[in-house]
Design a protein around this ligand. Structure first.
Ligand code: FE2
Ligand code: FE2
Length: 337
């Protein structure tokens, strides 16, 4: 579903050390710089600085983990969807998120880190993923709000990544963004239907908006002044738009949508600033954000336990697939002999 625009170390075990260290060579560095300056693409076979590789492995693997952990808060509503139509839409969306995770793990693998290393970092709690998924989805309205606001924020974050300097990541993002746009639309449409329903349904939507709004603003990452890594990310063409600018774009785009929907965004300081040509907004609670990032959110333990259980329960599938592949390979070798 989404990447968080911040760059935090994953803990002590960094997945993503390159398979082999490449000696530093100034002509290789000059070529790399020239490609970046010309807004070109770096491909897996190209030389790249270690720090560029490590940053990408960390960002892409955190993004991949966010996609698959992001399946959980909505997945738990599949069996409780209010109609067959809503269930079919939700199944498709959650499945899309699984697919996004797979593209991204593949993109990270091209940088020389294995999928096992990445899963190990996730399952042992060392890897980070988007803090937004550590909150519960309490009612059916939450599913609509997650589509509208969380996937909406994801689109804002991910569209600039379609122009990322690392080819496999940029190409994966093009398809991901198309699917995210469906996710956002289905969420808005579901809420629109509820807002034409009973007073109880409308109150349920407003309550969900109240609980998710501030967390969605935090998804864009800390203020620019507190994001020292952003400058390097910009220089490398990984990051194209700053956290604060993306957040502002999201707010400006969402305010008119909230009006159409008939909900109030829970920020008394939210108002149009004629001079800036943007909406002003209130203060985000960064203490809460960091507490959740560092493992202290309402659902961190539950999310991790669910992923670990799914991994363990799926061991027989992986073993069977490997045994089948081995058999196929043996047969092919016998035929070739
Ligand atoms: Fe999504
Ligand atoms: Fe996604």
């Amino acid at each position: 579903m989404y990447t968080q625009s911040f760059n935090v170390p994953d803990g002590d075990a960094q997945p993503g050390a390159p398979l082999k260290a490449v000696p530093h060579d100034t002509s290789l560095q000059a070529h790399f710089d020239a490609v970046i300056d010309a807004d070109g693409k770096i491909e897996p076979r190209d030389w790249m600085p270690d720090a560029y590789r490590k940053t990408l492995v960390r960002q892409i693997s955190q993004h991949a983990h966010s996609e698959i952990v992001g399946m959980l808060p909505e997945g738990n509503w599949i069996s409780r969807a209010p109609s067959l139509k809503r269930k079919a839409i939700l199944v498709a969306k959650v499945q899309d998120e699984g697919g996004h995770g797979l593209y991204l793990y593949s993109a990270a693998e091209t940088l020389g880190t294995s999928r096992d290393q990445m899963f190990d970092a996730l399952h042992s709690g060392k890897a980070k993923y988007s803090s937004i998924f550590n909150y519960p989805t309490l009612t059916w309205a939450d599913v609509g709000v997650v589509g509208w606001l969380v996937d909406g924020a994801a689109i804002m974050n991910q569209i600039p990544l379609c122009r990322c300097s690392f080819g496999p990541y940029a190409r994966a993002m093009i398809r991901v963004c198309k699917e995210e746009s469906f996710h956002q639309r289905q969420g808005f449409e579901s809420l629109m239907t509820m807002m034409q329903g009973t007073a109880e349904q409308k109150a349920m939507v407003q309550d969900a908006v109240n609980r998710w709004w501030w967390k969605c603003l935090a998804m864009f990452g800390p203020p620019d002044a507190d994001s020292p890594n952003s400058v390097q990310g910009m220089r490398w063409g990984i990051k194209r738009i700053s956290n604060d600018d993306l957040r502002q774009k999201f707010i400006d785009a969402t305010v008119p949508q909230a009006e159409v929907l008939g909900v109030t965004l829970p920020d008394p300081e939210l108002k149009w600033n004629e001079e800036r040509g943007h909406h002003d907004h209130g203060q985000i609670d960064w203490d809460e954000f960091w507490a959740v990032v560092n493992g202290d959110g309402p659902c961190n333990k539950e999310r991790l336990a669910t992923r670990v259980k799914a991994w363990n329960d799926g061991a027989w599938v992986r073993e069977a697939a490997l045994a089948h592949a081995r058999k196929q390979q043996e047969r092919a070798m016998k035929e070739a002999a």
